[in-house]
Design a protein around this ligand. Structure first.
Ligand SMILES: NC(=O)c1ccc[n+]([C@@H]2O[C@H](COP(=O)([O-])OP(=O)(O)OC[C@H]3O[C@@H](n4cnc5c(N)ncnc54)[C@H](OP(=O)(O)O)[C@@H]3O)[C@@H](O)[C@H]2O)c1
Length: 282
């Protein structure tokens, strides 16, 4: 990707320079579990975290990709272990949780990154209910199951950081052809935000990343949609690392708060109109 295109994508989707010292302070000697570490954003993030001193636990289904990454990290002097897990097989998620508890005794940071996307017209979806099941399993239920399994371990050690790699699509209005993806990613985003609101006194924090289109295996089939150049993989991994350094809050395109503000204002006006209408009709 040329410099001009990369600059445009950074301006539109957001860019954070990672403070290397801050990242090392945040992760050195910590156990960091990264889901979806075999490809794309998860893989690039895991490499950066390991280089900064984290002990990374690499999770995905493709054993050989995980093994290759673990070998690369250890060859560079880092610490990594590959634990093949299908997050949509809830027994496998239980086994993963048990292994982490028994072997490491703790997990300090959980990066929930594994996911899949589907873009399909509803007229082509009538006989594809399985696609919706698969989206909700990998984008919502699997991550919920893993978080539920690891939270007690985090609490027992005085806290931890949950990092959610969501998508900027969850902050946009419902979009044609993306309903299943947006719904499943929004479900986990909302579940986590509600859950963490209960856990402040336990030292559990949440940092959410809302990446735009990133140049990965997942976004490749939607290349024709890209009016703007996609975010470079390295820039996306930097967003996740910046979220870890900051340790809370949201990271994504800088125009998201404007959309939130406009949506909030519209909802407020709509609710006032509804209340007035209800009063006059009662
Ligand atoms: N690319 C984008 O434009 C974009 C934009 C916004 C947000 N995101 C989000 O970023 C995250 C990473 O996406 P990406 O673009 O890096 O996609 P990717 O290159 O396709 O990587 C997805 C990762 O998830 C893993 N995964 C998928 N199903 C799994 C399962 N059942 N169990 C365990 N692991 C599973 C994959 O590993 P295996 O296949 O080896 O299991 C892979 O490592 C996703 O949550 C996505 O929603 C992506």
């Amino acid at each position: 990707m040329g410099v001009a295109k990369r600059t445009v994508s950074r301006l539109f989707y957001g860019y954070r320079r990672v403070n290397e010292r801050g990242l090392a302070r945040a992760v050195t000697g910590k156990t960091v579990l990264v889901t979806g570490a075999s490809h794309g954003i998860g893989r690039a993030t895991a490499r950066k975290l390991a280089a900064a001193g984290a002990h990374v636990v690499l999770v995905a289904r493709s054993q050989h990709h995980l093994d290759d990454l673990a070998a690369e990290i250890t060859a560079d002097g880092g610490a990594a272990i590959a634990l093949r897990t299908n997050l949509t097989d809830f027994d496998e998620v239980d086994n993963l949780t048990k292994y982490v508890r028994d072997e490491f005794g703790r997990v300090d940071i959980l990066v929930s990154n594994a996911g899949k996307s589907v873009r399909r017209a509803i007229h082509d979806s009538y006989d594809r209910f399985h696609e919706h099941q698969s989206l909700i399993n990998i984008n919502y239920l699997g991550p919920v199951k893993l978080t539920l399994g690891l939270l007690p371990l985090m609490r027992a050690h005085g806290g931890g950081l949950l990092v959610n790699v969501a998508t900027f699509a969850t902050r946009l209005p419902p979009w044609p052809r993306w309903a299943g993806y947006q719904a499943s990613k929004s479900a986990f985003d909302i579940w986590l935000r509600g859950t963490v609101a209960e856990l402040r006194q336990d030292g559990i924090r949440l940092a959410t990343v809302y990446p735009g289109f990133v140049d990965t295996r997942m976004s490749a089939p939607t290349a024709h949609l890209r009016r703007l150049p996609p975010l470079h993989l390295d820039d996306a991994a930097n967003l996740v690392c910046a979220a870890i350094v900051r340790g809370r809050g949201n990271i994504g395109p800088r125009w998201i708060p404007l959309i939130d503000g406009a949506a909030g204002l519209c909802q407020d006006i709509a609710s006032r109109v509804a209340t007035t209408a209800h009063r006059h009709m009662a």
